[in-house]
Design a binder for this molecule. Structure first.
Ligand code: FES
Ligand SMILES: [Fe+2]
Length: 388
């Protein structure tokens, strides 16, 4: 039994909901203006704030196990190069040459001591330093030390790689930022997991619509009638406010078996799927035996990228293991596709302008909490903490 005190209390709460036929309710219904989903100026502000000033998950450590490995990431709109340098630190840079702006690394991933810009061959090491240029005499006294790749804040935390897509002179205190989620995230041992599959979907919907599919469970027994509905309790999941993040444990129907067992023997993980929203656009979705990492990033007012990594506890070396994880992938793909089809329908419906607000119900707490935190960031009340 490895459940934390918080998890035991979650189980108690859910068993009480089952007993009384209730669920967690926010004090009020919340109205969210539809212009949050449609207004290009709103999106500009969101990109400039939410997608530049906060850490985004760009990968998992098994993608950078050795010094000299690197990968690129372009979904935020900033071309990013992520490396593991010779001293084993994860580093990130804007993947733009300091000569005349070409994309330096064009491959999705690789391993090297240095990388060379394809345009005129300026060469950088994996700490971003400009190491050499062809025919340097043509550049006079150019100071190489001020022409390195521009560094971005990058962190390795809980087995995941996080990058803030804007340079910062101040040092982000990533540990305080993630502290409200730390106990749970560290218990998952994601650093020893491996990527079974990673995929990116470009979908025709505002990014909020895709995000909101993971912030409530009210839709499970209508949108996922033939899939998730039978596995989970119907709309009886608590939302723990881990401001600005949210932990949403979604109980499996089998949890009712625990009511006759001694709480000391209660095991959280086999009885829940946990949707963890990590501000502003990251999810760590914990299944009973594997984990999905999602990031949802806008590419326009009516388009977004949904990027997913399926993490499994150990490499799938046998055919049986491959089949098992493939079957799991098949299920989530079906469920996500059901969400995205509805989401793209919502997007099309904006043209009719019949709603000026969307209504977030009292049990759609994840929607309320996440939107309030976003409003805080957009209106200057929420920033990442910095080290002194
Ligand atoms: S733009 Fe990179 S070397 Fe010229
Ligand atoms: Fe869904």
């Amino acid at each position: 039994m490895n459940s934390s005190a918080e998890e035991i209390s979650i189980i108690k709460t859910v068993l009480e909901y089952c007993e009384s036929g209730t669920t967690q309710l926010e004090p009020e219904v919340m109205l969210n203006p539809v212009k949050h989903y449609t207004d290009p100026d709103q999106l500009k502000l969101e990109i400039d704030t939410l997608f530049r000033n906060f850490p985004i998950i760009v990968g998992q450590v098994s993608q950078l196990t050795e010094a000299g490995q690197y990968f690129t990431h372009d979904d935020t709109g900033v071309p990013i190069l992520v490396t593991r340098n010779r001293t084993n630190e994860v580093k990130a840079f804007v993947n733009v040459c300091r000569h005349r702006g070409a994309r330096v690394v064009t491959a999705p991933c690789g391993k090297a001591n240095t990388v060379s810009c394809p345009y005129h061959g300026w060469t950088y090491d994996l700490d971003g330093n400009l190491r050499g240029m062809r025919q340097p005499a043509g550049f006079g006294a150019l100071d190489k030390s001020t022409h390195g790749l521009v560094e971005l804040p990058a962190f390795e935390q809980f087995g995941l790689i996080w990058v803030q897509p804007r340079p910062s002179v101040e040092k982000i205190d990533i540990q305080s930022w993630l502290a409200p989620m730390a106990e749970q995230l560290s218990s998952l041992n994601l650093e020893s997991h491996t990527v079974f599959r990673g995929w990116s979907l470009h979908r025709d919907m505002n990014w909020h619509i895709a995000l909101e599919g993971f912030l409530e469970t009210y839709h499970f027994c209508s949108a996922h009638k033939d899939t998730a509905c039978s596995t989970y309790l119907d709309n009886q999941s608590p939302f723990l406010n881990k401001y600005p993040h949210v932990r949403n444990p979604v109980p499996l129907t089998r949890i009712t078996n625990l009511k006759d067992q001694n709480p000391e023997s209660w095991d959280y993980r086999p009885n829940f799927m946990t949707q963890n929203y990590i501000f502003p656009c990251n999810f760590v979705q914990v299944m009973t035996d594997h984990v999905y990492i999602h990031t949802i990033i806008p590419t326009g007012p009516d388009t977004c990228i949904f990027k997913c990594l399926m993490l499994i506890p150990e490499p799938a070396l046998t055919e049986k293991a491959q089949k098992y994880w493939d079957a799991n992938y098949g299920v989530v793909k079906t469920v996500f596709d059901q969400d995205f089809e509805i989401g793209e329908g919502i997007q099309k419906g904006f043209a009719a302008s019949v709603n000026s607000n969307f209504t977030f119900g009292r049990f759609e707490a994840g929607l309320q909490l996440a939107q309030k935190a976003m409003n805080d960031a957009l209106e200057g009340r929420l920033t990442v903490p910095y080290l002194p």
